[in-house]
Design a protein around this ligand. Structure first.
Ligand code: SF4
Length: 313
C-alpha cells in the first residue's frame, strides 16, 4: 500500500539549502506564471487570488510528528507544486512552525505576489526568502515567465524592492538564464539594473540543465555563465549541482522505487507522484538524482516530459 499523500517531504538534498525538509502548501500546479523552463509542467490556469488551499493545522501536526521522530534538517523550505505565496495562511503557518522548532524557515517563491502588503508581511516571518528574477525588461519577462495578465516586470521589481525595505532577513535572488532568451548584453544590463534596485544578499545563477516543459530551452555554457556572474557583481554565484555523495540511504531507496517504475514504462512527473503518493516536488528530487547518475532519459511530448530508464549499450 502506498503511503498517504502528505504535505512534508524529505529531508532532501538541496543545492541552495543543504538538507531541506520540503513543505508543500499549494495544489499541483497553481501558479501566477507559466515559465518556459518549469519542470513541473504547464500552468493550466494562472492565479493571483490567495486562498486557504490546504489546512495549516494538518501541516503543523505532520511537522510535530517528524520532530518527535528526531527530524534533522538545515531548513524547512516552504514551496509547493506551484507558487506558495498564493496560500492565504502562509504567515500563520510560519508562526506555527516557529513555535515548534528553531530550524530556520525558507520560502521558495517566484516573487510576483510581493506587490501585495499581506504577502510581504507573511514572507517577512521567514529567515530566508528565495525569489526569482529572469528578466529586466517587459518583453523578456513575457517571453520567459508568461505571467498572469495582471502582472508586469515593474510590478515584480517594485514588489521585491518594497520587500527588501521591510525584511531584515536574507534574500537570495535566483536568475535563470536561457541561451537566446535572456542572455544578450542589453538584457543582462537590464537585469543588473533591477538587481541594483532590489539589493538582494545573494544573486544565484542557474540554467536549464534539466528537462523543461517547453522544447528548445538551452543551458548556457559554463564560460558565458561565469562571465555573466562577474558582470552581475560580487555577491553573484553559480548554483553548483548538489553532490549525490551527501544523499542518505532512504533518499536513494526512494529513487530506486522511481527507477523500478520507469523500468516498466515511461512516466511523467504526475504519473510518478500519483503512483508513489508523493508530491511532484519530491518526485522531481528523485528524478534529478537519477539524471545525475545517468540512469534515466527524458523526452518531451507535446509539452509533457516523460522519463524512462536508460537502455544500456
Ligand atoms: S514560477 Fe516556478 S512553478 Fe511557477 S511556472 Fe515558473 S518555474 Fe513553474
Amino acid at each position: 500500500m502506498p503511503e498517504e499523500k502528505k504535505y512534508l517531504y524529505g529531508p532532501v538534498p538541496s543545492r541552495r539549502l543543504g538538507r531541506s525538509l520540503g513543505v508543500d502548501i499549494v495544489p499541483f500546479k497553481l501558479c501566477s506564471l507559466d515559465c518556459v523552463y518549469c519542470q513541473l509542467g504547464k500552468t493550466t490556469e494562472k492565479n493571483l487570488e490567495r486562498s486557504d488551499f490546504i489546512p495549516v493545522e494538518a501541516v503543523l501536526a505532520e511537522l510535530k510528528e517528524k520532530l518527535v521522530a528526531g527530524l534533522q534538517a538545515d531548513f524547512l523550505t516552504i514551496g509547493g507544486s506551484g507558487e506558495p505565496t498564493l496560500h492565504s495562511r502562509l504567515g500563520a503557518l510560519i508562526d506555527g512552525i516557529k513555535k515548534l522548532t528553531a530550524i530556520p524557515v525558507a520560502i521558495l517563491t517566484n516573487g510576483t505576489m510581493l506587490y501585495k502588503p499581506d504577502v510581504r508581511a507573511d514572507c517577512a516571518k521567514a529567515d530566508v526568502v528565495l525569489p526569482s528574477l529572469d528578466a529586466g525588461d517587459e518583453q523578456t519577462y513575457q517571453r520567459i515567465n508568461r505571467p498572469h495578465t495582471g502582472l508586469t516586470i515593474e510590478k515584480l521589481v517594485s514588489g521585491l524592492c518594497a520587500f527588501r525595505d521591510e525584511f531584515s532577513g536574507q534574500i537570495w535572488l535566483e536568475v535563470f538564464l536561457i541561451d537566446g532568451f535572456n542572455t544578450d548584453n542589453h538584457q543582462i544590463a537590464k537585469i543588473k539594473e533591477a538587481i541594483d534596485r532590489i539589493r538582494p544578499d545573494k544573486v544565484q545563477l542557474n540554467t536549464a540543465v534539466r528537462p523543461t516543459t517547453e522544447p528548445g530551452i538551452k543551458a548556457l555554457d559554463p564560460e558565458r555563465l561565469r562571465a555573466i556572474a562577474q558582470q552581475l557583481g560580487e555577491n553573484c554565484e553559480l548554483i553548483a549541482d548538489f553532490s549525490s555523495a551527501r544523499q542518505g540511504g532512504n533518499f536513494q531507496a526512494r529513487a530506486e522505487d522511481v527507477l523500478s517504475m520507469l523500468k516498466r514504462r515511461p512516466c511523467s512527473l504526475s504519473d510518478i507522484s500519483a503512483a508513489l503518493s508523493i508530491t511532484p516536488n519530491e518526485a522531481l528530487k528523485y528524478i534529478t538524482l537519477l539524471q545525475q547518475q545517468g540512469a534515466i532519459d527524458s523526452q518531451n511530448k507535446d509539452g509533457v516530459i516523460f522519463f524512462s530508464k536508460q537502455i544500456a549499450d
